[in-house]
Design a protein around this ligand. Structure first.
Ligand code: SF4
Length: 455
């Protein structure tokens, strides 16, 4: 089949149906299954958590939910920077780590990756971020080659000695949101970062001995193919260690309002499809890996191990943690998060015990995002069932769409299936939800909904 015909198959069968809907993080999310947890149930919950963690290595995520201003493409603005509230947050975060560590959850374990996300972690000082890292090191040993990433707003990295300071506290990888170099689009999105600034940041980060990722987007308001191609040319001259391209999801009410007033700024589906193809082809040609194509942990250790189902223990408000068998969320409201921690309790608000079928779905969903795909024998050894039988209908459909192949004892994405990994994941998640009930349907993101995927 020609390339054009193969891509057309995906466009018509998968992409058109998916593009109007909110995307999710690359993990299984079954929100209707959550059960609320009272603080008084915490001892029993932590006993379950400990049992669900037989693995010797874990990932640690820490959330810093404060930003300087709201970007139009943000799918959930956290909180405006505020010195006093951030100080209270920092103290609560440190205390939360002490409370969980006191239960012995990390005994004998090592951290394979640490990720400071947000929000804007670098809205905190290097000393404050360093205090968090020290607390983590006090509760869990770091594994050899532990990847320690912090997300960072470009403006914060232009401050003198900021990068060197981050290196000094132990951060070894930075992830910088850039999205585009097109100044008019950035203005509409309430962002300012020039190509010259990014070049300076990449040079200083590499010079300081850290790795750097740049986040980019397609489908931004008013974005054209010419603008995307120009971004790629600039990226080639800047040469970060890693690049991630994602699509703009129209979930922010500011974006919905903008598009209502200026419908001509919406990137139509066919142009967005062409943008995804162009950026993914470029990524492959440049040797950049992201979801759908990770072959090892060199470019993004944290994500690579996450997709290999390493447990994630998250700290901070509104964070989600996963082991292979349970998933739990922290309280989102800062006042609730603060108050529960003040009482010496864990701020867990809700949890799910994943059924064996949900665990299988999660394994399929995560491992299909790796280049090696889902190993059929490993799946059989773990679940006692053959994934080709458990997911026969889904795999058949994805094969018909040209997204999937069975090769060398694995089920994996095709070259073009990997370009549209987000849509493949959406398709699998929809199937998992539909298995629960035909009534579970997603809300189109053009309705301006938030991250909720269900009515
Ligand atoms: S920096 Fe990130 S989290 Fe903060 S407003 Fe912008 S998109 Fe949202």
């Amino acid at each position: 089949m020609s390339k054009a015909a193969a891509l057309d198959l995906i466009r018509k069968n998968l992409f058109y149906g998916s593009t109007d809907y909110t995307k999710n993080q690359p993990d299984l999310f079954v929100p209707h299954k959550f059960r609320m947890l009272a603080p008084s149930q915490m001892d029993g919950f932590v006993a379950t958590l400990r049992e669900s963690l037989p693995e010797p290595e874990v990932l640690i995520y820490v959330h810093f939910p404060f930003c300087f201003s709201e970007c139009l493409f943000c799918n959930s603005f956290p909180h405006q920077v505020d010195q006093a509230i951030q100080q209270e947050y920092l103290q609560s975060l440190l205390r939360e780590m002490e409370i969980l560590a006191a239960y012995g959850v990390f005994a004998g374990k090592k951290a394979k990756g640490i990720y400071f996300g947000g929000g804007t972690p670098t809205s905190f000082s290097n000393a404050e971020l360093g205090a968090v890292l020290e607390k983590i090191k006090a509760m869990v040993e770091l594994a050899e080659g532990c990847s320690i990433t912090s997300e960072a707003h470009p403006a914060t990295l232009l401050v003198k000695n900021r990068v060197e300071g981050l290196r000094a506290i132990g951060i070894n990888r930075l992830s910088v949101g850039c999205q585009t170099f097109d100044q008019e689009i950035l203005r509409i999105c309430n962002r300012k970062n020039t190509a010259a600034q990014l070049r300076q940041i990449v040079d200083s980060v590499k010079g300081a001995g850290l790795a750097i990722n740049i986040d980019m987007m397609t489908g931004l308001p008013g974005q054209s193919m010419a603008s995307v191609r120009n971004d790629l040319v600039i990226l080639e001259t800047i040469r970060p260690d890693a690049v991630e391209y994602i699509r703009h999801e129209i979930v922010n009410p500011l974006a919905v309002e903008l598009y209502k007033q200026n419908p001509d700024l919406v990137v139509d589906s066919d142009t967005l499809f062409a943008m995804v193809c162009a950026t993914q082809e470029w990524m492959a040609a440049q040797g950049y890996e992201q979801n759908g194509s990770f072959s090892d942990d060199r470019q993004w250790g944290y994500r690579f191990h996450w997709l290999n189902e390493m447990p994630i223990i998250a700290f901070g408000s509104r964070t989600r943690s996963y082991t292979k068998t349970i998933c739990y969320d922290k309280h989102e409201e800062l006042s609730t998060y603060f108050n529960i921690i003040k009482k010496g309790l864990l701020p867990v608000g809700r949890s799910i015990a994943l059924t064996p079928k949900e665990q299988m779905y999660r394994s399929l969903l995560l491992r299909l995002q790796l280049k090696a795909g889902l190993d059929i024998q490993q799946f059989r050894d773990r679940f006692g069932q053959d994934p080709r039988e458990v997911f026969a209908a889904i795999l058949l459909k994805l094969e018909e769409f040209g997204c999937l192949v069975q090769v060398d004892g694995s089920v994996r994405l095709t070259e073009y299936g990997a370009y549209f990994v987000e849509d493949v994941c959406d398709y699998i998640t929809d199937m998992a939800l539909r298995e629960e009930s035909e009534l579970l349907v997603r809300t189109p993101h053009s309705d301006g909904g938030t991250s909720a995927r269900l009515d």
